[in-house]
Design a protein around this ligand. Structure first.
Ligand code: UT7
Length: 405
């Protein structure tokens, strides 16, 4: 018993030393943690993968105004609306115009998420931006936090490509679970239009720009945990199949007086996105179902308990295969890639926002989410959505929707 308790405390970052005891938040009772069924051995090796005392309580999104549909794109590159729709399900994408920034999208999405959650910006203690394409290579999170008014927050960027939002939710949930932070803003945003080769039809038809954000809060002692289970994976061996690699031209640092080269360095420059589409397709259709099953198992729920499946919006064929492998009907699958294409770390919160604002995802619904992409990386989380519901105008998909505080 003592050994089991120690293992549990170690897994949640607690030790019986006086120093650590002081840092244990009083509102988190480790005995109430939900552990994966029969998971004691796994817990010992890899830490707890069960529920986390974190809740998702608000969502917002933003996309650039500039919209390019497949017919327009077919005037630029050798492709067709038929090919893109049939092979990917994408009909249009929104692209940043010159003068617009990725951070602008993040700021807009984050502001809307806070409004939706009815949370004041000053309450936010942690801002995580998942992105592979920031305006500033040193990171955009602090800038977004400042512009949104999160003056009490620590902010940082996290890069895990198209899995970035899943990894960021899991990261924020750890801080919320321990109570170190009580309110977090997680933004997923990318502008891969800046990094594709617009003459490469294999890649340029797939991507769009966009951002989504969720507000997360610690689940208090009287509240149910909202992150029911999660899992994250990566394998650098697959990097060759999807990358945005550095390749800068060399620059000589010269002693002008002596005419001697003192050192040789490289100038900051990247190659456009390189992708082996078939390999990424195979990876996604095999790993996404696996990681989702692991997260579902960690959550201690059954596939039938899942109200919605929300996958990274890369390709409708990938989404259909993953849903089929899990035995989830397409009526429970959320998609919006037809309008936005693949916005990388932005897809999941952007699609969640659409679904919540359409009144499809309702307060209390269980949503299984999964991201997959460059790294290679992949991750999943099963969450209970606890944001306010919205009034749905007549004519929209769901007739009844109840606005809650
Ligand atoms: O966040 C993760 C990001 N990446 C992904 O999700 C990519 C995953 N992979 C995929 O979604 C699919 O592999 C693609 C959509 C990229 C490609 O679909 P595919 O069914 O695997 O097509 P393919 O690469 O086998 O190409 C079939 C044909 C080829 O012509 P031939 O050799 O059969 O004559 C391509 O040259 O389609 C041609 N093709 C195109 N034709 C018109 C490739 N891209 C295009 C295009 N328009 N945009």
């Amino acid at each position: 018993m003592a050994v089991a308790l120690f293992t549990l405390f170690a897994a949640v970052g607690w030790s019986p030393s006086p120093l650590h005891r002081r840092s244990v938040p009083t509102h988190v009772d480790p005995s109430t943690l939900v552990l994966r069924r029969g998971a004691s051995a796994v817990m010992h090796e890899r830490g707890i993968r069960g529920a986390l005392r974190a809740r998702l309580v608000g969502v917002g999104s933003a996309a650039p105004e500039q919209r390019v549909d497949n017919h327009q794109l077919a005037r630029v590159v050798d492709t067709s609306d038929d090919w893109i729709v049939q092979r990917t399900g994408i009909s249009a994408r929104h692209l940043l115009a010159p003068g617009e920034g990725l951070a602008d999208l993040g700021i807009a999405a984050a502001t809307k998420a806070l409004q939706h959650a009815q949370v004041e910006a000053e309450e936010v203690e942690l801002v995580i931006l998942a992105s592979s394409s920031p305006d500033d290579m040193f990171g955009d999170a602090a800038h977004i936090a400042k512009e949104v008014g999160c003056k009490n927050a620590a902010a940082f960027d996290l890069t895990a490509a198209c899995s970035g939002f899943m990894f960021a939710v899991a990261t924020a949930a750890q801080f919320l679970h321990t109570g170190h932070h009580r309110t977090a803003l997680v933004v997923g945003a990318d502008a891969l239009s800046r990094w594709v080769d617009w003459s490469d039809r294999n890649t340029c038809v797939l991507f769009g720009d966009g951002a989504g954000a969720v507000v997360m809060k610690t689940a208090e002692a009287h509240q149910r945990p909202g992150v029911l289970g999660y899992e994250m994976r990566s394998d650098g061996a697959g990097r060759k199949n999807l990358n945005l690699g550095y390749q800068g031209p060399s620059v000589h640092l010269t002693d002008e007086a002596e005419g001697e080269v003192v050192a040789e360095v490289t100038k900051g420059e990247y190659q456009p996105i390189g992708m082996n589409g078939k390999k990424v397709y195979q990876f996604a259709t095999s790993k996404a179902p696996q990681v989702l099953r692991e997260a579902i198992d960690a959550a201690g729920v059954k596939v039938e308990d899942i109200d919605w499946l929300l996958l990274h919006q890369a390709n409708i064929r990938i989404i259909e295969i993953v849903a089929e492998k899990l035995g989830i009907p397409m009526s429970k699958v959320l998609t919006n890639l037809e309008e936005h294409g693949n916005t990388s770390a932005g897809t999941i919160p952007l699609c969640l926002d659409d679904a919540v604002k359409q009144g499809r995802v309702r307060n209390g619904d269980v949503v299984a989410m999964a991201g997959f992409g460059a790294g290679l990386s992949w991750g999943a989380a099963v969450v209970r959505w606890e944001g306010p519901e919205v009034e749905v105008e007549s004519g929209q998909e769901v007739e009844e929707a109840v606005a809650v505080d």
